[in-house]
Design a protein. Structure first.
Length: 189
C-alpha cells in the first residue's frame, strides 16, 4: 500500500491506486481531466504519489499533469473535507454580505477559508464567482446551491446538514428518516 508523503498528505494510504488508475485510463483513454476527476473522487484530492504514478502509466510528463491539475479550480492538491463548502466572494456576493456568511460558517464549523476541520468532515473555500449573482450571497455545499443567505439562514442550513451528515448509521433523524449506512453504495443504482 502506497503512502502519500507529500506535504499535507498526512500519510494517507493510497489503497487501490493501481486499480483506480488502470480502470480510469481504460474508461477515459487519453482524457487527463477525466482521469484526474476519478482520482479526486476516490481520494477527495489529488495526492502527489497518484499524480506521479499517473505520469509513469501514461507517459504524460508530470509537469503537464500539474498544469491541468492547477488550472482547474475543481481540483485540489491538498486534502479536503468529506463535505465541501464553497462561498462565493465575487463582487455581488461581497456587497450583499458574503463575508458575514463566511464568518458564520467559521463559527459553526470552527474552520476558516482554505481549512479542513480536525475530524476531516468539513472544508471551507471561497471562489471569485459561482455565476448566480441574482441569488447573492451564495454558498455551495456538496454541489447543492444555497442562495439569498443571511448568517441566520446559513447557520440553520449548516446545523441541519451537520446533524444529517454526522448521524450514526441506523439512527433516525428529527424527521424520522433512517440512514442505513449504505447510501454511497446505492447512490448510483
Amino acid at each position: 500500500m502506497l503512502q502519500d508523503d507529500a506535504e499535507g498528505g498526512g500519510g494517507v494510504a493510497l489503497k487501490d491506486l493501481d486499480d483506480i488508475l488502470s480502470e480510469s485510463i481504460r474508461r477515459n483513454g487519453e482524457s487527463l481531466v477525466a482521469v484526474l476527476q476519478d482520482i479526486q473522487e476516490h481520494y477527495n484530492y489529488l495526492p502527489e504519489r497518484a499524480l506521479r504514478s499517473l505520469s509513469r502509466k501514461t507517459g504524460v510528463p508530470l509537469i503537464d499533469i500539474y498544469r491541468v491539475a492547477t488550472f482547474y479550480n475543481s481540483f485540489s492538491l491538498v486534502p479536503r473535507g468529506k463535505h465541501q463548502i464553497v462561498v462565493c466572494a465575487g463582487t455581488t456576493c461581497h456587497v450583499r454580505g458574503a463575508s458575514k456568511v463566511t464568518e458564520e460558517i467559521s463559527r459553526v464549523l470552527g474552520i476558516g477559508p482554505g481549512q479542513v476541520s480536525a475530524d476531516g468532515n468539513f472544508s471551507l473555500d471561497t471562489v471569485n464567482c459561482l455565476g448566480c449573482c441574482a441569488f447573492a450571497p451564495v454558498m455551495v455545499v456538496d454541489g447543492e446551491y444555497h442562495g439569498n443567505l443571511t448568517p441566520a439562514k446559513t447557520r440553520k442550513i449548516l446545523t441541519s446538514l451537520k446533524a444529517k451528515w454526522l448521524l450514526p448509521a441506523g439512527e433516525a433523524d428529527e424527521r424520522g428518516l433512517v440512514d442505513d449506512g449504505d447510501a454511497e453504495e446505492t447512490e448510483g443504482a
